[in-house]
Design a protein around this ligand. Structure first.
Ligand code: FAD
Ligand code: SIN
Length: 531
């Protein structure tokens, strides 16, 4: 049986970015979606707050653009922010047309507030927005005969001209090698167009809101293939994850603060107001840093989110997921304050793209959290991520349609060669290395950084990375090993990017350098490591 499959479009990932792209691309040709776990499993599936989009008459594009630029601390790409905001509403309406059951008040879509937003503009399905998005998109995918979706297939590496047998083919991405986890076999997936929609990197950190899939595979694969990677120093910590809720940490949506909940210290004081006049609704970098500082001063392990003054029925009706989860841990949020801590949540950097999702490798596009489109700058505004995925997924599709090169000849690809490798049973090495990376990143490359900690992190990650690369060369690939190599590469990229930015800006706060003066903001979204 052939070890190679071909399609016009190859999509890696089944979150909002990959699924929306696939639905559009299926109008032009055959689409294969590869996803490493069960198809629903993605960051998208856990999104709570919603999608930021201008729908109300009181609101305006200018206001959403301005809020995004302020959160981004001076390095957003303004043109792309304008694209994001102005093209957003039509993309959200498409989800509604697919049958997404977002929350309405009468005939009007209900819009709520989150940190950094000056208007109510978050479209949501109570606190289970992502689950509803996955439901509706996967339903549409299942009805589409042009789309094939393969679960439990994890991409190992991109295919570029190096893997072609006849080297006359130009420098370009031709698809991927992927491990069929159930068959324990590497397969070749060839395509004229490869779409990376592999999501984020949260699992690089010990405490994260991201599910286990978020190991930065797309960024690491692109880096190995020579694509440009950018802005990796900007890792967003969400201020309010539920303390001691296991791994991943359970998120307490910012929408709860939008509904009036207030962050308090153990003495019941609203301490965030000392740091920012917007109080608990300041942008995430500021709130997370304020909590970090409060915890360091008090020696406590968590702060509190107080929602007890909010109408009980409203809490139960609009935050059923949060209410139930807390109750399962014996916290009645209508009566008690919720213990919360910051946790790694979102990667503002990634594979550098044009405004149409093109990466620096022909035939390779990146959309969603894996991409660095420039819209988030140094700090993402709440609920702009699902929006970014929708807008730039559509733009990538449009560009590919316009260029029309999705039906060219495909080269012969070299078979996967693992001769000389062994089935290594030393799982403890993998588990230990993974924990080591996560702890290192949490302790040395967290919310508040210093040059000495970053340099120490760099030395450590170099050692760990070399160990892993040696082990990788000798060992038959497994899901765990593929992820471990990617985690180490991504950690290295974050540390190197952080070391190369000699200022404190947005999410990159480093004790050795003062915070940038707002008046000196540069209008340039590109930074960090490139290859
Ligand atoms: P994902 O949804 O993460 O999908 C990535 C896909 O790629 C998955 O299917 C994964 O299995 C697959 N994959 C990864 N690597 C491989 C590989 N090597 N081979 C094959 N498949 C692979 N943003 C908002 O705007 N609003 C919110 O309310 C919000 N709430 C959030 C709440 C939580 C708890 C979290 C974690 C994030 C939240 N975010 C929110 C961020 C947002 O959910 C994500 O940025 C967004 O969903 C990313 O979508 P995506 O399609 O790019 O990636
Ligand atoms: C949340 O609901 O707080 C998450 C929103 C986001 O990550 O944008």
């Amino acid at each position: 049986m052939s070890n190679s499959e071909t399609s016009n479009f190859l999509v890696i990932g089944s979150g909002i970015a990959g699924l929306t792209f696939a639905l559009n691309a299926a109008k032009l040709g055959s689409v294969t979606i590869i996803t490493k776990k069960e198809k629903r499993e993605s960051n998208t599936n856990y999104a709570q707050g919603g999608i930021a989009s201008v729908f109300s008459n009181d609101d305006s594009f200018e206001s959403h653009i301005n809020d995004t630029l302020i959160a981004g601390a001076g390095i957003c790409n303004e043109k792309r922010v304008e694209i994001l905001v102005k093209e957003g509403p039509i993309r959200v309406k498409e989800l509604l047309n697919f049958g997404a059951e977002f929350t309405f008040e009468g005939d009007e879509i209900q819009l709520r507030r989150e940190g950094g937003h000056s208007h109510n503009r978050i479209v949501h399905a109570n606190d289970l927005t992502g689950k509803e998005i996955e439901r509706v998109l996967l339903q549409k995918i299942s009805e589409n005969k042009n789309i094939k979706i393969l679960e439990n297939h994890i991409c190992v590496d991109l295919l570029t001209e190096h893997q072609t047998i006849n080297s006359n083919f130009q420098k370009r991405c031709w698809g991927v090698y992927a491990l069929d986890v159930n068959a324990n076999k590497i397969k070749i997936f060839k395509s004229n167009v490869t779409i990376l929609a592999t999501g984020g990197v949260g699992q690089v950190y010990l405490h994260t809101t991201n599910p286990l899939i978020a190991t930065g595979d797309g960024i690491a694969m692109s880096y190995r293939a020579g694509a440009k990677i950018s802005n990796m120093e900007f890792i967003q910590f969400h201020p309010t994850s539920l303390f001691n809720s296991g791994s991943p940490s359970f998120l307490i949506s910012e929408a709860l603060r939008g509904a009036g909940a207030i962050l308090k210290n153990k003495n019941g004081e609203d301490f965030i107001s000392k740091y920012d006049i917007r109080g608990s609704l300041a942008s995430r970098d500021i709130v997370a840093r304020a909590i970090d500082s409060e915890l360091k001063q008090s020696g406590e392990q968590y702060v509190y989110l107080d929602a007890t003054h909010i109408d009980k029925q409203l809490l139960k009706n609009t935050f059923p997921n949060i209410y139930d989860k807390c109750l399962s841990l014996k916290i009645d949020i209508t009566k008690e304050m919720i213990p919360v801590v910051p946790a790694a949540h979102y990667c503002c950097g990634g594979v550098y793209t044009t405004e149409n999702g093109e990466t620096s490798i022909i035939g390779l596009y990146a959309i969603g959290e894996v991409a660095m489109t420039g819209v988030h700058g140094a700090n993402r505004l709440a609920s702009n991520s699902l929006l970014e995925a929708l807008v730039f997924s559509y733009r990538a599709f449009n560009k590919i349609k316009e260029v029309g090169d999705y039906k060219t000849n495909l080269p012969e690809i070299k078979e996967w060669n693992d001769s000389g490798t062994i089935n290594n049973q030393e799982w403890i090495l993998i588990a230990h290395n993974r924990k080591e990376i996560q702890t290192l990143m949490m302790d040395y490359v967290g919310i508040v950084r210093s040059k000495i900690r970053l340099e120490r992190a760099k030395d450590r990650i170099n050692l760990i990375l070399n160990e892993i690369l040696e082990f990788y060369k000798r060992t038959k690939v497994t899901e765990e090993l593929i992820e471990l190599r990617n985690l180490a590469i991504v950690a290295n990229l974050i540390i190197s990017s952080a070391l190369s930015r000699n200022e404190s800006r947005g999410l990159h706060y480093i004790l050795d350098f003062p915070n940038v003066d707002d008046l000196n903001w540069k209008k340039d979204s590109f930074s960090g490591v490139t290859t």
